[in-house]
Write a protein that binds this ligand. Structure first.
Ligand code: RIB
Length: 307
């Protein structure tokens, strides 16, 4: 018998995505014409929060936006999704986060982010939200906010008994603090992020297992390595079991937020009691739908599309 959806608090970024879909990605110095421009709600944190909310979980968000029209629109949009926005702080100094995105005909993207207020979220501000963190069943985070804020959220989450899930994206420039990894229950890196964290180049199931074992030795309970078309590799440190789960095949239109969709969906599925492999299959299906549609949050599926 499955449990009801557990509550998820996302601590992370909120951006407005400004996107041009073009035939190809321009090289340095090249100008290309003929693209189509659109804006959408984005940011890895907000995307993961919306993915989880659309798939049926009660979701709250701790984040920081600027006192500007973009930030106001982002918060209103999250509230419209049914997300508790009382943990979102207004920043009177920095502007809201913006991402400039280029997408080619195959749906591949390049993204540059002006983090603005996202990178002004402090550990002290997160500590002020400790009641929200303590009441969560799952706390889900990424790396588009300062590391001290993430560490503080992980500490408070563990104090309250929540499961801590970290998606270490975008790939960290510095090694992650040992304390943070020791507080993480489930880590969801891609191949690049896994290599940056443990030093093992992940190319196949064998190297993924080596990397996952090294990451588990840092204190992480479950490692889920997303490997693009190769699939998703899972490792459970408690049982020592690992598995490679095949990827869904779809015609991609826009891969923006596919990873975020995967993380939000995985949190929902694990929260309602799915076994790890079953949860990964559910998250794969959700992410596969998201890449067939354009935009970050507009592409995220609803539960009824997965039933
Ligand atoms: O993961 C996709 C997201 O990364 C985009 O929505 C963009 O805002 C950047 O944060």
């Amino acid at each position: 018998m499955k449990n009801r959806s557990k509550s998820i608090v996302v601590v992370g970024s909120i951006n407005t995505d400004m996107t041009i879909k073009a035939e190809w990605l321009p090289r340095p110095g090249e100008t290309i014409l003929g693209g189509r421009f659109f804006t959408a709600q984005g940011g890895k944190g907000a995307n993961q929060a919306v993915a989880a909310a659309r798939l049926g979980a009660p979701v709250g968000m701790i984040a920081k936006v600027g006192c500007d029209a973009l930030g106001n629109a982002s918060v209103a949009s999250l509230a419209h999704e049914g997300i508790d926005t009382t943990g979102i702080i207004s920043d009177s100094v920095n502007p809201s986060g913006v991402a400039m995105i280029l997408i080619d005909a195959q749906g591949e993207n390049v993204i540059a982010v002006a983090s603005g207020s996202n990178m002004a979220l402090t550990a002290a501000e997160v500590a002020e939200k400790k009641e929200m963190l303590a009441s969560a069943d799952i706390v889900l985070m990424q790396l588009e906010i300062p590391i001290p804020a993430i560490v503080e959220a992980a500490r408070e989450a563990k104090r309250g008994g929540a499961t801590v899930i970290l998606n270490p994206a975008p790939a960290p420039k510095e090694p992650l603090p040992a304390e943070l990894l020791s507080l993480v229950d489930i880590l969801i890196p891609n191949q690049t992020e896994a290599e940056l964290i443990c030093g093992v180049a992940v190319t196949d199931a064998q190297s993924a297992r080596q990397a996952a074992e090294q990451i588990a030795a840092m204190g992480v309970g479950i490692v889920v390595i997303t490997m693009g078309s190769k699939g998703v590799f899972t490792f459970d440190a408690t049982t020592g079991q690992s598995e490679m789960i095949v990827a869904e095949r779809v015609q991609a239109v826009d891969s923006t937020a596919a990873g975020d969709c995967f993380c939000g969906a995985l949190a929902v599925a694990l929260g309602r009691g799915d076994a790890l492999a079953e949860a990964v299959r559910f998250a794969n299906r959700a992410a596969a739908i998201s890449v067939t549609r354009r935009g970050a949050q507009p592409s995220l599926p609803y539960l009824k599309e997965l039933q």
